[in-house]
Design a protein around this ligand. Structure first.
Ligand SMILES: C[S@@+](CC[C@H](N)C(=O)[O-])C[C@H]1O[C@@H](n2cnc3c(N)ncnc32)[C@H](O)[C@@H]1O
Length: 289
């Protein structure tokens, strides 16, 4: 632990505030790198005699802040961690920073399955940091997860997070293209969830540098119309889902109608668009007949 005076710390925060810096990002840095939450900070008294303990020395904290400001590097990649729902996940630039708008997918999945259904096998296709799969098994103790990703480095992070958060061996991890590594589970999966890369080319090209320069393109880019991965996932779903099994997809704000048409074409009914917490039609769901 490293000590610094609360006065120095508060003056530094104040200077950043006064010069128009994004203060929420600064609090995130203090939390994820410094190890002190905004709530803890608010309890402190400003006095040069009072000390506050940080995980890193004050100068290296300042250097990390400068790195963020100068290169637009996300705080989550600087710290190697991110909060998502109830957990703190480890991260690096091989995985997408799990987004707040994705959080609702866990609730949708948990609510869609009747509580009488005993043994549920679910797939998290494109697991990245493992955030969705790990949250689902933590909330639904009798579910078994199959988490896939095309990127071995991403899977490695997901496995680290699983070990750290869960004491059970309730997720198997597979490297490969969408459903392809799940051949042994053909016709046995009750629920599949995916937040696939769905950003169309023209949108991807205009993303801010914090995203383009640091987050993996393979986690975001969905081809010309953004739907190339979604088409693969939907067209192969009938081989893997049980009859009555559900598919839940995250999508771009304007893709849900097209996705519903695709789902219909491949034998799904009970089609629905579900809004995220910002009121955007972020999720499309369907049930395999
Ligand atoms: C949008 S990220 C989602 C990550 C995580 N599930 C989340 O919600 O934060 C998409 C993930 O799909 C993976 N991916 C991309 N193409 C894939 C493919 N063909 N097969 C399997 N996974 C793929 C990426 O590596 C990335 O981890």
């Amino acid at each position: 632990m490293y000590e610094t005076s609360t006065k120095d710390l508060f003056l530094w925060i104040r200077d950043n505030k006064n010069s128009g810096k994004d203060i929420d990002e600064l609090y995130l840095l203090l939390d994820l790198v410094g190890g002190i939450s905004k709530n803890d900070l608010l309890q402190l008294k400003i006095n040069s005699k009072y000390k506050v303990s940080l995980n890193v020395d004050f100068n290296s904290l300042k250097k990390k802040w400068t790195e963020h400001l100068r290169f637009s590097k996300p705080i989550q990649y600087i710290s190697g961690s991110s909060y998502w729902r109830n957990f703190k996940f480890e991260l690096n630039t091989n995985v997408l920073i799990p987004r707040v708008e994705t959080e609702k997918i866990v609730e949708i999945a948990s609510n869609i399955i009747s509580s009488e259904d005993e043994k549920i096998i679910f797939a998290d296709l494109g697991t990245g940091s493992g955030s969705i799969a790990i949250s689902l098994v933590e909330e639904n103790k009798n579910w078994k997860g199959l988490a896939t990703d095309i990127d071995m480095n991403a899977l490695h992070i997901a496995q680290i997070n699983h070990k750290k958060i869960s004491s059970e061996s309730n997720i198997n991890f597979y490297c490969g293209n969408w459903w392809e590594p799940l051949r042994d589970y053909a016709g046995r999966i009750n629920l599949a969830i995916s937040n696939p890369p769905y950003i169309p080319r023209n949108v991807y090209e205009r993303l801010p540098s914090a995203v383009i320069d640091f987050e993996p393109k393979k986690a975001l880019y969905g081809g010309e119309d953004g739907l190339s991965h979604i088409k693969q996932i939907i067209s192969n779903a009938p081989k893997f889902l049980v009859r009555g099994g559900w598919l839940i997809l995250e999508n771009h704000f304007d893709q849900s109608k097209k996705i519903k048409n695709l789902l219909k074409e491949y034998g799904f009914d009970s089609l629905k668009t579900i809004n995220d917490t910002f009121g955007i039609g972020r999720f499309t769901i369907g049930r395999y007949k």
